[in-house]
Design a protein around this ligand. Structure first.
Ligand SMILES: [Zn+2]
Length: 110
């Protein structure tokens, strides 16, 4: 049996970490926009860094959405129910991926 309180604490902790990461990334991206280098080589490197930061920022936002969704599912008592097949999600899967909304077999079919 899964301890909903413990899961809630874990999810919120992760949410907090991701929010910090997201705000650091957006600061970084703002800085890139301000400090545009005039040197073309530097500029190329800068654009590359900017792209990487943007990709991570997007991933972070996606993860945040998943976590918020999982917290909501937990509140509704749906946390352990697969969103596709309505079967129970394997407890070991939830431990490894605390914000998954799909059981292993549905996730494999995605
Ligand atoms: Zn399923």
């Amino acid at each position: 049996m899964i301890d909903a309180c413990e899961i809630d604490v874990r999810l919120r902790k992760k949410q907090h970490e991701l929010e910090i990461r997201a705000s650091k990334l957006s600061e970084e991206l703002t800085r890139y926009n301000i400090e545009v280098s005039k040197d073309s080589e530097d500029r190329a490197q800068q654009l590359e860094n900017e792209e990487v930061a943007e990709a991570i920022a997007q991933e972070t936002q996606q993860e945040l959405q998943q976590i918020k969704h999982a917290i909501l599912r937990l509140k509704q008592g749906q946390y352990q129910v697969c969103e596709l097949c309505q079967q129970s999600i394997e407890p070991e899967r939830l431990l490894a991926l605390p914000y998954t909304a799909l059981c292993a077999s549905c996730a494999n079919e995605q």
